[in-house]
Design a binder for this molecule. Sequence first.
Ligand code: GRF
Length: 186
Amino acid sequence: MNGGVVVLASGTGSLFQAILNSDIGPLVCSLVTDVPDCGAVDFARSAGIPVQAVPLTGGLSRDDWNRDLATAVAQWNPALIVSAGFMRILGPLFVDSFPNRIINSHPALLPNFPGAHAVRDAISAGATQTGCTIHFVDHGVDTGAIVAQESVDVQPGDTEEILHERIKVVERVLLPATIKELLQSS
Ligand code: GRF
């Protein structure tokens, strides 16, 4: 293992940017994405971090895509793989390639509100408190062992966008701190 961190992201990339700007930023060796033109890629390019794009294109089966993704990540032999706004489910072929080395940041207090619409689901359920969870990735959807959690109040009148941004403010601190702790304890 090289002690480095590979980040997986598909979107705006504000968590990825927070990792880069933290004291573990220098350990980030690559950004791996399924969306070649997303905000996270822009942050990586400005920071001089290598980008590997592995899109799930029409002709590719899920298994082949998971294999390609694993190949892209494995070349760095990272100590930790961090899913930070990666919007696809990682399949067994990928997960089993890196046992106990993949974590994900999820915008809810798991086991409540797993899945892709965690913030919307918390509002719809009338929750007064939600938050974020950093957990290991296993074969389920947001079911792996929980490493860290922090709660965030749901305010009256919150929209999905406003609440998600308030949660992300917390994730941008909790995720880099958790990565640092995991690297120190490994
Ligand atoms: C975060 O809330 C993360 O928990 C979720 O996607 C969001 C990523 O935000 N999986 P960004 O693209 O890093 O701004």
